[in-house]
Design a protein around this ligand. Structure first.
Ligand SMILES: NC(=O)c1ccc[n+]([C@@H]2O[C@H](COP(=O)([O-])OP(=O)(O)OC[C@H]3O[C@@H](n4cnc5c(N)ncnc54)[C@H](O)[C@@H]3O)[C@@H](O)[C@H]2O)c1
Length: 443
C-alpha cells in the first residue's frame, strides 16, 4: 500500500518506519526540513530503541528494499503518490489547558489541497490525540473546504488512536493491545484495516467520536493508576509497609483489581465497605501528614454523582418518584451507605412523593438481620416501601431504576411511553426498543 505519514515526531517516525518495514511504500512528510533531511539520509530524527536501525534499513539498505521510506516537505506530492494519509502532528496544550488544534488544521488543509488536485479515492486517518468532535469539526471540514470534494464520496476519513509508549514504541507498534478504527464509513475503515494486515491484535471498529474519546479514557486511566500507586506507596512508607509487596499482591487479583469489573459508568458506590475503608485510610494518611489528593477526592466525587442524579430528578419536573431497587446492588438487602438511600433522603427533603420497591429489602423487613435497621434506623424510608412493583409503576411520574433486579424488565415492558424512566445501572445493553421516556445516568 502507498502511505503518506504527516508529522515525523515520535508517532509519525515510528509509524512511517514500521509500516515501511512490513512492506508498505511510505512517504514521510514534515514541515521541518531538518527532520526530512535526516530521514532521507537514513538517520532517525528521534531517539528511540530500534528505530535508527529500521530507518536505515528501509531508507538505505537492501534488506527491506531501499527506498521503501522517503521523506519530503512537499505535502501535495505525498498525497498524490499515496492512497492513504496518516495525520501524526502534535496536539499540544494551549496556555489555558485547552487543546491546540492549529497543527492538525494546517495539516488537514495541506492534505485537502493535495486531494483537490488528485483523482481517485483517498483516505485520511487521524492518529493524533484529539478530543471527541475534533475529527468532524476540524479535519473533515478543513479537508472538504480545501479539496472542494465530499467526504464519503471522494475521500474517506477515520480516527486511529496510537497506543505506543516512548522508549518502547517500536515494540508497542507491532504489539498493540488492540487496534481501534473509528470510521466515517465502512469503506474508510476497510482501507485502514488492509494497512494493518500484519498485526495480530484485536481490531475494533467503531464511530469516530468513540475512538477519539477512548484514547482520553486510556490516558486518564493510566495517569490515575500511576497516581493511585504513588499515593498507596506514600501511605505505606509512612507506616512502615513495603508498597511494592502490597502492590505485587494487589496485581495478582485479575478478578476485581485488574479487570473490567468496576469500570462501567453508572451510579455512585456504597455499601458496608468501600466508603468506610476509604475514610479510614484517608484519616490515617492525614494523621501521618501524607497528602493523598486522589484518594481524598474519591468520596467527594462519589457525592457529586449522587447530587447530579438529585438535580436531574428535580429538573425533570416529576413530583411523584418511584424506585425499583434500594440496596446498593441487586441480590442483597444491605442498605448500609446505599447511595440510593442518600438519594431518597435528599428527595424526601425536597418534598417529592416517593414509593419504593425492592424485593430483597421487603423480605428483610419481615425477617433477617437488617429488620431492625430498616424499621428503626431508616423508618422514614421503610414506610415508603411497597411489596408490589405495580404500585410503583402506577404511582410515579418518574421511575428510577436503582439496581438490576429481575423485575426491571417488567417495569420496562409495562410503562406507558410518556412515563419517565431514569436508569442508574444500564439495565439493558440494547437501548433500542426502550420506552420513549428512558434516560440513562451517564449514557
Ligand atoms: N509521543 C507519544 O508517545 C504519543 C503516543 C500516542 C499518541 N500521541 C499523540 O500523537 C500526536 C503526535 O505526537 P508526537 O509526540 O509524535 O508529536 P511531535 O511533537 O513529536 O511531532 C509532531 C511533528 O509534526 C510536525 N508537523 C507539524 N505540523 C505539520 C504539518 N502541517 N505537516 C507535516 N508535519 C507537521 C512537526 O514538525 C513535528 O515534527 C499527538 O497528538 C500526541 O498526543 C503521542
Amino acid at each position: 500500500m502507498k502511505i503518506s505519514v504527516f508529522g515525523l515526531g515520535y508517532v509519525g517516525c515510528v509509524s512511517a518506519a514500521c509500516l515501511a518495514k512490513v512492506g508498505h511504500e511510505v512517504i514521510g512528510v514534515d514541515v521541518n526540513p531538518t527532520k526530512v533531511d535526516l530521514m532521507n539520509e537514513g538517520t532517525s530524527p528521534i531517539v528511540e530503541k530500534d528505530i535508527g536501525r529500521i530507518i536505515f534499513d528501509v531508507v538505505k539498505s537492501d534488506r527491506y528494499a531501499p527506498g521503501k521510506l522517503v521523506a519530503t516537505t512537499d505535502a501535495e506530492y505525498a498525497v498524490r503518490e499515496s492512497e492513504i494519509s496518516l495525520i501524526c502532528v502534535g496536539t499540544p496544550s494551549n496556555d489555558n489547558g485547552s487543546l491546540k488544534l492549529d497543527y492538525v488544521r494546517r495539516c488537514a488543509n495541506n492534505i485537502g489541497v493535495g486531494i483537490a488536485k488528485k483523482s481517485g479515492y483517498h483516505v485520511v486517518v487521524a492518529r493524533s490525540t484529539m478530543l471527541p468532535g475534533s475529527v468532524e469539526d476540524v479535519i473533515l471540514k478543513e479537508l472538504e473546504a480545501a479539496s472542494g470534494k465530499q467526504v464519503g464520496k471522494d475521500f474517506g476519513v477515520a480516527m486511529n488512536p496510537e497506543f505506543l509508549r516512548e522508549s518502547t514504541s517500536v515494540y508497542d507498534f507491532f504489539n498493540p493491545p488492540m487496534t481501534v478504527i473509528g470510521q466515517y464509513d465502512e469503506r474508510s475503515g476497510n482501507r485502514l484495516e488492509e494497512m494493518y494486515h500484519f498485526l495480530d491484535a484485536p481490531l475494533e471498529k467503531t464511530d469516530i467520536k468513540t475512538a477519539e474519546m477512548m484514547k482520553y479514557a486510556c490516558n486518564c486511566f493510566h495517569a490515575a493508576k500511576v497516581t493511585f500507586a504513588n499515593e498507596i506507596g506514600s501511605i505505606c512508607k509512612s507506616i512502615g509497609v513495603d508498597s511494592h509487596k502490597v502492590m505485587d499482591i494487589f496485581c495478582m487479583d485479575d478478578k476485581l483489581n485488574l479487570s473490567s469489573y468496576y469500570l462501567k459508568p453508572g451510579f455512585a458506590f456504597g455499601g458496608s465497605c468501600l466508603p468506610k475503608d476509604l475514610r479510614a485510610l484517608n484519616y490515617k494518611a492525614k494523621s501521618k501528614d501524607v497528602e493523598v489528593p486522589l484518594l481524598t477526592s474519591i468520596i467527594a466525587s462519589n457525592k457529586v454523582q449522587i447530587e447530579r442524579v438529585t438535580d436531574n430528578i428535580v429538573r425533570s419536573g416529576a413530583k411523584k418518584v418511584g424506585f425499583v431497587g434500594l440496596s446498593f446492588k441487586a441480590g442483597t438487602d444491605d442498605l448500609r451507605e446505599s447511595p440510593l438511600v442518600i438519594l431518597v433522603e435528599a428527595l424526601i427533603g425536597k418534598g417529592f412523593d416517593i414509593k419504593i420497591y425492592d424485593r430483597n429489602v421487603s423480605l428483610a423487613r419481615l425477617v433477617g438481620a437488617n429488620k431492625d435497621y430498616i424499621e428503626k434506623g431508616i423508618p422514614h424510608i421503610s414506610k415508603l416501601m411497597t411489596g408490589e412493583i405495580q404500585d410503583v409503576i402506577q404511582h410515579s411520574d418518574l421511575i428510577v431504576i436503582g439496581n438490576k433486579a429481575e423485575e426491571v424488565e417488567e417495569v420496562l415492558k409495562s410503562v406507558p411511553d410518556d412515563q419517565k424512566i431514569y436508569d442508574l445501572v444500564r439495565v439493558s445493553e440494547c437501548l433500542d426498543g426502550l420506552p420513549q421516556g428512558y434516560e440513562g445516568i451517564c449514557w
